[in-house]
Design a protein around this ligand. Structure first.
Ligand SMILES: [Zn+2]
Ligand SMILES: [Zn+2]
Length: 267
């Protein structure tokens, strides 16, 4: 079985990721407009009509902008925890509220959706509630964790099981420290319920690396406090210090912020 992966957008201006089989697909987060989602899928030969579900990580605007429209206008079921649903429907960033398309998942409980087994797990962040997703598809084990304040035992548990990982590498600490953000925002980002730095991400990935691991995608890179090359180099260097060679032992990709990624096939 083959799984198609595409990052439509990644970062604080919008997040949306596609995972698909030969016949249908799912989206994780919908922080960009429906028109952009449709156009991007089409550009890559993927079908918007064959999206069977949308999974939401948390209720910040950069993850939910078009969730209501996808659910209510296009009848795509919207899956997330009860608390995230509540937070989304109170968020002004999502003008269309979710009613009939609402589907509830629980942390640590696996939802089976055709060929996918999807398990949400707790993520420390400052949304109303926050989850990552561990997704099994045949032998493929995929794990997604974004907007990740710090590494917890739940994050370690699910990320360690995965062969394909998407993980936040939000900021470079020095860039953030010397950057123009106001002090309260800097503290929020660095805080335990904020975002993950390149260095934290690097140390974590190095600590959980195993031989089955195939791909690491770095997501949600800050526009102001990070560079794709810097995030890549920081993680590559940390892995190499432990004899893990990028390009040989594992593939590493820093996802673009406002442009779609290449299309990837997992098997
Ligand atoms: Zn975000
Ligand atoms: Zn967030």
């Amino acid at each position: 079985m083959k799984l198609t992966f595409l990052s439509l957008a990644s970062g604080s201006s919008g997040n949306c990721y596609y995972l698909g089989t030969d016949t249908y697909g799912i989206l994780i987060d919908a922080g960009i407009g429906v028109r952009t989602i449709k156009k991007t899928l089409k550009d890559y030969g993927l079908s918007f009509e064959k999206i069977i579900a949308l999974f939401i990580t948390h209720d910040h605007a950069d993850h939910i902008k078009s969730a209501g429209v996808l659910g209510e206008k296009y009848n795509i079921p919207v899956y997330t925890t009860e608390e995230v649903h509540w937070g989304m429907n109170k968020n002004y960033g999502m003008t269309q509220k979710i009613y009939q398309s609402k589907r509830v998942v629980k942390k640590e409980e696996t939802t089976i959706l055709r060929d996918f087994k999807i398990t949400p797990f707790e993520i420390p962040h400052d949304g109303t509630d926050n989850v990552g997703y561990y997704i099994e598809f045949g032998d493929i084990r995929f794990c997604f964790a974004t907007d990740l304040g710090h590494i917890t035992s739940a994050v370690t548990k699910y990320m360690s099981m995965a062969d394909y990982l998407i993980i936040e590498a939000n900021y470079d600490l020095e860039m953030l420290r010397h950057g123009s953000y106001p002090p309260h925002l800097k503290s929020r980002i660095i805080g335990l319920n904020g975002h993950l730095s390149n260095k934290e991400c690097a140390e974590f990935l190095t600590s959980i690396y195993h031989e089955r691991m195939k791909y690491i995608f770095l997501c949600h890179l800050s526009r102001d406090n990070n560079h794709p090359e810097l995030a890549f180099k920081t993680i590559e260097y940390s892995l190499l210090q432990n004899d893990i060679r990028v390009g040989k032992d594992v593939e590493l990709v820093a996802l673009k912020r406002s442009h779609p990624s290449e299309i990837y096939f997992f098997e």
